[in-house]
Design a binder for this molecule. Structure first.
Ligand code: HEC
Length: 384
């Protein structure tokens, strides 16, 4: 027992001595820089809990070099956080934008909030580049950072912001208690526009606070299905059991989904192919895609309006666009080729070409069945 203790004390002493030697090699800087040494320095600092490295250029440099070797990994973010390496802020921003739907991007955005970078984030959220703006809003919204409410809040009521970005902001705000209260206040003063009602309801009905759910139910009239039955909120729909076999029948017939979507070889290509949709979207996201199609229009499937010199307007998905002509596909799947010379203006709209009232032709059970069917459509797995 004593022996064991002594050995332990001894080895701790040796370890500390080793660390001190490693961390104080001011004179050997020329010869010893190497990735493995950098890594060792980082590990030693962590073990000694020396997190404040601001005063030591050598340690900072070693951490900086080590970070470059693990860029984009979870460990990268972890180390930036503990050592507070603020030089990486521009990198974190790019990561949050390029991987906005992935854990790494979402965590990068949270780290930017930890570093009090709201101004930088908001500059992107309101920037000219709408794709970046949407992506950064997404990564903030998907994360659990307590600071997200304050950053996202202004977008909720910003009439100049796109419907998609406001949708995403409401989703993020709606996962905080404070945000739910805020959305309720907006609702009761009539400041949630109709087009944002679905996402607002989805957020509030999913609240863990029964008082909020009750108030929301008093303020929001749910959409109705075929026999005027009110549609349950998304958080209830996802718990209902569906039958995929009947779901396929609804997809092909009553739901008219096949008129716009391909599954394997069947169907038309007006919307994206749904052959592997079960690997892409969660059940919840599928219900939202069907019930509120304009909430998040898939990339490349935005609806365009083409105003012709004659005054006519065509609307649909852009199939191709060159200097001479534009091909636009309407909701019936008919392609029109238009000479650029005939076109006055091309406008990208906020509204999906997918009809927003498909639930009106289905019962609740039929809707649940369609989703059960889609959930099954997965990427083939490689192992057999
Ligand atoms: C008039 C054409 C049309 C019909 C009918 C239609 N959709 Fe769509 N759908 C689209 C278009 C266009 C998009 C892409 C734009 C968007 O995301 O809203 C889309 C997107 C989707 C998505 C999201 C796909 C993704 O990759 O994110 C799902 C899921 C979906 N539809 C399911 C359905 C189901 C189920 C039905 C039938 C109940 C249906 N659609 C009927 C045109 C249609």
């Amino acid at each position: 027992m004593t022996l064991h203790c002594k050995t332990k004390v001894y080895s701790v002493l040796v370890f500390v001595a080793g660390c001190v030697a490693l961390l104080s090699t001011t004179h050997t800087a020329v010869s010893q820089e190497s990735p493995s040494r950098d890594k060792l320095i980082v590990e030693t600092l962590l073990r000694l809990q020396r997190y404040d490295v601001s005063a030591n250029e050598k340690w900072k440099a070693a951490i900086g070099r080590h970070l470059l070797t693990i860029k984009g990994t979870p460990r990268y973010l972890e180390l930036i956080k503990v050592f507070e390496i603020r030089d990486t802020i521009p990198d974190l921003l790019e990561l949050a934008i390029s991987s906005s739907m992935e854990t790494i991007g979402v965590n990068a955005a949270s780290l930017l909030l930890d570093f009090k970078q709201s101004a930088l984030l908001q500059k992107e959220m309101y920037g000219e580049d709408k794709t970046r703006a949407l992506a950064i809003t997404q990564s903030i919204s998907l994360g659990g950072h307590p600071g997200r409410f304050v950053v996202l809040k202004p977008l909720v009521t910003d009439a100049r912001a796109s419907r998609q970005i406001r949708n995403v902001a409401i989703k993020g705000v709606g996962t905080t208690k404070q945000g739910q209260q805020y959305l309720l206040d907006l609702l009761s003063s009539g400041r949630i526009p109709e087009e944002l009602m679905f996402v607002t309801g989805t957020a509030l009905f999913a609240s863990s606070d029964p008082v909020i759910v009750k108030s929301a139910k008093e303020l929001i009239t749910p959409p109705t299905t075929v026999n005027a039955t009110p549609l349950p909120p998304v958080n209830e729909l996802i718990r209902l059991l569906g039958d995929p076999v009947s779901g396929k029948v609804v997809f092909d017939k009553k739901g008219t989904c096949i008129k716009c979507h391909k599954i394997g070889e069947a169907g038309k290509e007006i919307g994206p192919s749904l052959t592997e949709i079960g690997s892409k979207l969660s059940k919840e996201a599928m219900f939202v895609s069907i019930l509120d199609p304009s909430a998040g229009v898939s990339h490349n499937y935005e609806t365009y309006g083409i105003v012709l010199g004659s005054g006519n307007v065509l609307s649909g998905i852009l199939v191709s666009r060159s200097d001479e002509e534009v091909v636009i596909r309407n909701a019936e799947g008919i392609d029109r080729v238009v000479a650029v010379a005939e076109i006055d203006e091309i406008i990208k709209t906020d509204v999906s070409l997918m009809p927003a009232d498909l639930h009106k032709v289905m019962t609740v059970q039929e809707l649940v069945n369609v989703v059960a069917y889609l959930t099954q459509l997965k990427k083939p797995t490689t192992e057999n």
